[in-house]
Design a protein around this ligand. Structure first.
Ligand code: MLT
Length: 241
């Protein structure tokens, strides 16, 4: 398995695609997606464009849909929810489709959505991603961070590193595709016992703390909490494997 880490959608190559792409936005889109599917959402449909989300979701029965919109960490007006994974309760989500658009996470997903296999990863479902990759052993795997508006983010890189470390420690034969793989693994090994502290230091973590999202950070820092793998069944639509 040849692994590549790309820090942002902007840094991700545009002239080819991998056999398997893992979109990562630990704070908070891919944590929210994993949680929504874990508690029983029928599917999560992701949009980079909020207006497209509004028009496409209009066609869905009202009682079977939820709209989640986030920009700059805050809820978008007209949506039912923002992007807090803690809002994803089974009472709210069971049997519904979650239509979601976020500042960066849904853009990284869109960037790789034409890959043969697309999934989302976060700290909370790291082991589910590792287990899938160990089982299927795809030739090329891209771990794609979301960053923040084109910039690097610690939390996505440390999650990519946690996946790399999980694969290596559980016996995968890994070929390192780019230097970012080693950098991500090193970041994880440095911080694995203090992930919440790292998230508090990160720029988006600080943005979320200013919005009083302390509990969100705490939740997002839980490694291997849920056994759930969000996998793309059609472009932009993720279901639980
Ligand atoms: C994003 O897509 O940039 C994030 O998920 C933002 C957030 O809601 O924390």
């Amino acid at each position: 398995m040849k692994l590549f880490v790309w820090h942002t959608p902007e840094l991700t190559p545009t002239d080819h695609l991998p056999d398997c792409a893992v979109a990562i936005d630990v704070l908070r889109a891919t944590t929210t997606i994993a949680t929504a599917l874990h508690v029983g959402a029928e599917a999560v449909q992701a949009f980079s464009d909020i207006n497209e989300l509004m028009s496409k979701s209009e066609a869905w029965p009202l009682e079977k849909r939820l709209r989640a919109g986030e920009r700059g960490g805050a809820q978008v007006e007209g949506c039912d929810l923002g992007n807090s994974p803690l809002d994803c309760t089974s009472e709210l989500m069971a049997g519904k489709r979650l239509f979601i658009s976020t500042t960066n996470g849904t853009r990284s997903l869109q960037r790789v959505q034409a890959s043969a296999t697309v999934m989302t990863g976060a700290m909370i479902n790291r082991q589910s991603v590792v287990t899938y990759l160990l089982d299927k052993n795809p030739d090329t795997v891209w771990l794609v961070g979301s960053g923040w508006e084109g910039g690097y983010s610690l939390e996505d890189t440390v999650c990519a590193g946690a996946i790399v470390q999980g694969l290596i420690s559980q016996g995968a034969t890994v070929e390192v595709g780019n230097d970012e793989v080693i950098a991500a693994q090193s970041l994880y090994l440095q911080w694995e016992a203090n992930l919440l502290e790292l998230f508090h230091k990160s720029s988006h973590g600080q943005r979320l703390l200013r919005l009083n999202c302390h509990e969100d950070l705490r939740y997002c820092a839980n490694i291997d909490l849920l056994d759930v793998l969000p996998i793309q069944k059609e472009p932009g639509v993720l279901v639980k494997l």
